[in-house]
Design a protein around this ligand. Structure first.
Ligand code: ZN
Ligand code: ZN
Length: 178
């Protein structure tokens, strides 16, 4: 896999108004930290970059399909995540009149860092909650048993009762309000 070329110099493309350029790049993406764990990222089709020459600059679009593994938030087992990420950035021909904060930090002097832009797109597309399956039953809050494997012997109400007891103790500790 050739991972040496991951930059596109927009001025080298010699695009004229209305013209489009597109290419896919094989990229190895560094692991992403998810739920406190380092998750390996696989990009089977690479990162596709499309550039449109528009009035005043370029429209750069990266699209990437990534699959990664992260810990399920309910049972902590490894869960597979698939994301379709797409990000569009406008790159002005001249920076005059533009605020740096409005422009992508991964496109400098009209050179696109495909690897960094693709990675940002994947991170932004990640789900806020990772679960191994919608119907995952998680772990018992009392004994830690994986309820997907089997039911434990803990009474169902125990966890709830414990919290109620803790809350009552906590309230009694408070100085009386006047
Ligand atoms: Zn799970
Ligand atoms: Zn239990």
């Amino acid at each position: 896999m050739d991972t040496s070329v991951t930059r596109v110099d927009l001025s080298d493309l010699a695009l004229r108004g209305g013209e489009r350029w597109e290419r896919s790049f094989r990229i190895e993406m560094a692991p992403i930290i998810l739920g406190g764990q380092s998750c390996e990222v696989l990009i089977p089709d690479g990162v596709t970059v499309a550039v449109d020459r528009v009035a005043g600059g370029f429209l750069v679009e990266v699209s990437v399909r990534a699959s990664l593994c992260g810990p399920c938030e309910r049972c902590l087992r490894e869960a597979a995540i698939e994301v379709e990420a797409k990000e569009q950035e406008f790159v002005p021909t001249t920076k005059a009149g533009w605020d740096e904060s409005e422009l992508s930090p991964f496109i400098e002097d009209q050179v696109v860092d495909v690897s960094a832009l693709g990675r940002e797109a994947v991170v932004l597309a990640l789900p806020s909650q990772v679960v191994c399956a919608e119907e995952c039953r998680g772990l018992c809050q009392v004994c830690g048993q994986d309820l997907n494997v089997g039911q434990c012997d803990c009474p169902a109400e125990t966890a709830e009762e414990r919290w109620t007891a803790l809350r009552d103790i906590h309230l009694e500790d408070q100085p009386p309000s006047t």
